[in-house]
Write a protein that binds this ligand. Sequence first.
Ligand SMILES: [Zn+2]
Length: 90
Amino acid sequence: MRCTICREKLPHNTPRWWRQSHYQSLHADYARSIGRWYRNFFALLGPFLLALILAEYLWFSYGGFYVVIAGATIILFIAFCIYEIDYLLR
Ligand SMILES: [Zn+2]
């Protein structure tokens, strides 16, 4: 893979690419903000997925009013994903 900032070729691919020494030494601020983004994203993703599963479960078990909660949770989840990805690509 190549560096997303200066296009320099990097020695190896890692899932946590911003931890590579290239980013740590040359783009430290960028590496820090990406690291923070990933931490926040996964910290919020966990509770969100739990809420989503719970809402779906209530919906399938009891139906009726829970369809509103399940729908709202899905819309919130999609909005959250779009917002986070948009932030990352900025
Ligand atoms: Zn670079």
